[in-house]
Design a protein around this ligand. Sequence first.
Ligand SMILES: Nc1ncnc2c1ncn2[C@@H]1O[C@H](COP(=O)(O)OP(=O)(O)OP(=O)(O)O)[C@@H](O)[C@H]1O
Ligand SMILES: [Mg+2]
Length: 294
Amino acid sequence: MRDQAEKLRVLARTLKHQVECEIKGTQKKTRIIAVTSGKGGVGKTNFTINFALALTSFGQRVIILDADLGLANIDVILGINPTYNLYHVLKGEKNIQDIIITGPQGLQIIAGGSGIQEMANLRRWQVEQFISKLEGLEGMADILIIDTAAGLSRNVMSFVLAADEVIVITTPEPTAITDAYGLVKAMTSKKKHGVVHLVVNRVEDAEEADLTASKLSIVAEKFLKLNIGHLGFILDDPAVSKSVKSQEPFLLKFPKSPATECIQRLAAQLMEQGYNSEPSGVKAFFGKIAKLFG
Ligand SMILES: Nc1ncnc2c1ncn2[C@@H]1O[C@H](COP(=O)(O)OP(=O)(O)OP(=O)(O)O)[C@@H](O)[C@H]1O
Ligand SMILES: [Mg+2]
């Protein structure tokens, strides 16, 4: 009951914000969120898909950009098979609209392929042409969520540095916490602003999540002068692995599972926090990416 009331409250506020934008005649810019982690295998891809689905139930138009070049990603977990990716857009073979796949609940997915990495090999005018094609996304999505690889590679760091907001995923394991700290440290050495949210995955209970979050936020505050916001946690739940095996998101396959409840709470939390600042939008985002790769 409490969750239902909370959801209605967030929905009402989101709607109000949309109406205000329409009255002012301003096009709302896309909120860009990169999902990342220090250590691999902590649950980024599962989080991204189910979180994106949960956000659609707040009336948000959400696009996932699969930016991980590795294996077992968005397409595998959703059981889809994208034929084209951003590389085809970059090569001028496809338009952005041609490569978008529509998933459950109107969720849209873009496979990055090697499109982003190849920007490094383009001439300036070609980069500009590519970005102007990507600009079409602005009117199509309220939120763009990027599933990145783990670690400190240039690829990952570029997404993290260019996004308005970053969600760092960790588990309570000391190795995952240490790597998450390493990532946050590398991030702040290059960028002072931007919002960093923490999600603690695979916890036994809320207490374990709080303990993990405070370990990280205390050192980040002390040594990096960085405030990490604890967005929330996801319980360790066998429904996650079961849903991966059946290639169906747990939010849809197991709507009453503990993991689903946690994800819904996280989505409400993100909506509640709203925009801490006006999002910079798709054009600015890819412009920054191009600079970081160039
Ligand atoms: N909340 C959870 N409860 C139980 N198991 C989980 C949970 N979250 C993730 N897992 C397990 O961890 C596995 C890895 O998850 P996922 O592929 O989302 O991680 P990742 O961080 O994207 O990995 P990579 O770094 O390789 O991209 C899942 O297949 C699932 O078995
Ligand atoms: Mg992944």
